[in-house]
Write a protein that binds this ligand. Structure first.
Ligand code: 5AD
Ligand code: SF4
Length: 482
C-alpha cells in the first residue's frame, strides 16, 4: 500500500476562517518547540498516529498528521517514535481494551526516552470513566483531548510542551465546524470527506451519540469546495462520511438546505472526480429518491452498506431502529430492482438484551432473503450510559457465541453465493497499490468495493483501468488489464 502524503493548506495563505487563523498562530509556536527538540536530539523527531475505529476517525487522524508534519515532525508508522498519538474508538469494549494494551507497551518506551510524549484522543476519551482510568493507571500520558476539540490540536500541543503535567481538555459538545486546517492525506488518489458530524438516532446499544454529539452538517458550499480542491490535487475517488448520511441537512440554514441525494448529485458534477462513495446510510431514512439518484449517476459506487443490526422486528424496536423486518426487506427489494449490479453489505449485532434463538432465526432469514455480499457481525457489547446497558434481560456469553456461530455460517453461505457472479466480466477499477504478497501484481478496487489483483506496476497506482475478472477466489478476483 502506498503512503503518499499530501498536505492541503500547509500555510496561512488564503485562510479566512477566524479560528483556523488562531490555530495557525499556535502552529507557528509549536514549530518552535519541535525545532528545539530537533536540536536536542540531533535529528528530526518522529510522530506516530495510531487509528482505531471507523472512517471518521481515519479522517480525523489525517488532520492530526497534517498538523504534526506542518510543525516539523516526521510521520512514521511505528510506535517506536518520539511522539505517539492514539486516536481511540469505543464502539465496543474490545476497542477500549486494545488501546489499554498498547499503552502498556508505550509505558516501557517512555522509561527509555524521557523526552517521549504520548497523547490520547477520539471517542473513548469522551467517556468520563475512561479518562479517570488513564489518570489513575497511566500517569505517563502527556495529553488527552476529545472529538469536539480536535481542531485545537496545535494549541493543545503548545500546552503539552509548556507543562510537565498531564493536559486534559475534553468538551461535552460543540456546534462549531472548523475548516481550513492542514491535512495530510494517506492516499493521493482517494479521500474521505466529512459531510456531517455526530448522530441523533440514539439506537439503544450505541455510544456514538454520547461521544460524537448531536448531528451537525457542513454546508454544501464547503463540501463542494473541498471536493474541488481534492480533485485539483489528483483525487479521483471520494467517500462522503457521516454517521447517518441520508439525514444530511440538519441544522443548515434555509439558503443552504439541500438533501443528501441533491448533495450526491452535486459532488458527482465535480470535474475529475470519477467515483463517489458514501458511508453510512440508515435504513429508516433511505429514500427511493436516493436510490434513483444513485441509479442515474454512474459515478456513484455500486456498493450500499445498509446496517441491519437485527432481523427481528421486536429486537429492532428495543434497539430503537425505527424500521421493521418487512420494511428492511422491502428496501432491499427496491435496491436490487433499481441497482441490480450493486453489492449490498451490512452490520449485525448478536446477543442484544432479550434476544432469543427465535429472534436470531429472523435475522438469519433476512440474511438469506437479502443475500448480502458481506456482513460484519458483532457480539453485543454493553456500553455504560446507553439505555440497553440498563436492560434486565442481558444475554449470556455462551448463548451469544452459539448464535453468532449460527449466523456466521449463513453469512458465509450467502457471501459465497454472491461472489463469482462477475467472473468473465470486465470492470473499471481504481488501482490502489502494489499487491502485498506478490510485487508483480497490483490491487484495484471495483465500483462494488471488491478487490482484484492483476499484473501491473507502480505507474498504475491512482489510475482507473479496465480489468477482465478471470477468476473469483471468494472475496477477491484475479484478472488482467484489457
Ligand atoms: N455492541 C456491538 N456492536 C455494536 N455496534 C455499535 N454499537 C455496538 C455495541 N454496543 C456495531 C453496529 C454498528 C457498527 C459500526 O458497530 O453494528 O453498525
Ligand atoms: Fe468508533 Fe463510533 Fe467513534 Fe467511529 S464514531 S471511532 S465507530 S466510537
Amino acid at each position: 500500500m502506498s503512503f503518499d502524503l499530501n498536505i492541503l493548506h500547509g500555510s496561512k495563505e488564503g485562510i479566512t476562517d477566524e479560528e483556523s487563523l488562531v490555530q495557525f498562530s499556535y502552529i507557528e509556536k509549536a514549530t518552535g518547540y519541535v525545532k528545539n527538540l530537533e536540536k536536542e536530539l540531533g535529528r528530526r523527531p518522529t510522530a506516530c498516529v495510531v487509528t482505531f475505529g471507523c472512517q471518521m476517525n481515519a479522517k480525523d487522524s489525517e488532520k492530526l498528521v497534517g498538523i504534526l508534519e506542518t510543525i516539523g515532525y516526521e510521520s512514521v508508522e511505528s510506535e517506536d517514535a518520539d511522539f505517539v498519538i492514539y486516536n481511540t474508538c469505543t464502539v465496543r469494549d474490545n476497542a477500549d481494551q486494545r488501546v489499554l494494551g498498547r499503552l502498556g507497551y508505550v509505558k516501557s518506551l517512555h522509561k527509555k526516552r524521557p523526552w517521549m510524549k504520548t497523547a490520547l484522543c477520539g471517542c473513548m476519551m469522551q467517556e468520563k470513566g475512561a479518562v479517570e482510568k488513564i489518570q489513575k493507571s497511566y500517569r505517563f500520558v502527556n495529553l488527552i483531548f476529545g472529538t469536539h476539540n480536535l481542531y485545537k490540536f496545535a494549541e493543545l500541543l503548545c500546552r503539552m510542551f509548556e507543562s510537565d503535567r498531564m493536559i486534559i481538555d475534553i468538551w461535552d459538545k460543540t456546534d462549531r465546524i472548523v475548516e481550513q486546517l492542514p491535512i495530510s492525506r494517506k492516499y493521493k488518489f482517494k479521500s474521505g470527506v466529512n459531510i456531517m458530524f455526530g448522530c441523533n438516532n440514539f439506537c439503544t446499544y450505541c455510544i456514538v451519540p454520547y461521544v460524537r454529539g448531536r448531528e451537525r452538517s457542513r454546508t454544501p458550499k464547503d463540501i463542494i469546495r473541498e471536493v474541488e480542491e481534492l480533485s485539483k490535487d489528483g483525487v479521483k475517488e471520494v467517500m462522503l462520511l457521516g454517521q447517518n448520511v441520508d439525514s444530511y441537512g440538519i441544522g443548515l440554514s434555509d439558503e443552504d438546505k439541500i438533501t443528501f441525494p441533491e448533495l450526491l448529485e452535486e459532488v458527482c458534477k465535480v470535474e475529475g472526480i470519477e467515483r463517489v462513495r458514501f458511508m453510512t446510510p440508515h435504513p429508516k431514512d433511505m429514500s427511493e429518491d436516493l436510490i434513483d439518484t444513485i441509479a442515474r449517476n454512474p459515478k456513484v459506487a455500486r456498493h450500499i452498506h445498509l446496517p441491519l443490526q437485527s432481523g427481528s422486528t421486536e429486537i429492532l424496536k428495543r434497539m430503537n431502529r425505527r424500521y421493521t423486518k418487512e420494511s428492511y426487506l422491502k428496501l432491499v427489494e427496491l435496491i436490487r430492482e433499481k441497482l441490480p449490479d450493486a453489492a449490498l453489505t451490512t452490520d449485525i449485532i448478536i446477543g442484544f438484551p432479550g434476544e432469543t434463538d427465535k429472534d436470531v432465526d429472523e435475522t438469519i432469514d433476512v440474511v438469506r432473503k437479502a443475500g448480502f455480499d458481506n456482513a460484519f457481525t458483532f457480539i453485543y457489547s454493553k456500553r455504560t450510559g446507553t439505555p440497553a446497558a440498563g436492560f434486565e434481560d442481558q444475554v449470556s456469553e455462551a448463548d451469544a457465541k452459539r448464535n453468532f456461530d449460527r449466523l456466521l455460517k449463513v453469512v458465509q453461505e450467502t457471501a459465497r453465493a454472491q461472489s463469482g457472479k462477475l467472473e468473465g466480466k470486465t470492470e473499471r477499477v481504481l488501482v490502489e497499490g502494489i499487491n502485498e504478497q506478490d510485487s508483480n501484481l497490483v490491487t484495484g478496487r471495483m465500483s462494488n468495493n471488491t478487490l482484484v489483483h492483476f499484473p501491473g506496476d507502480e505507474s498504475l497506482i491512482g489510475e482507473f483501468v479496465d480489468v477482465k475478472l478471470d477468476k473469483c477466489h471468494g472475496f477477491y478476483y484475479t484478472g488482467s488489464i484489457v
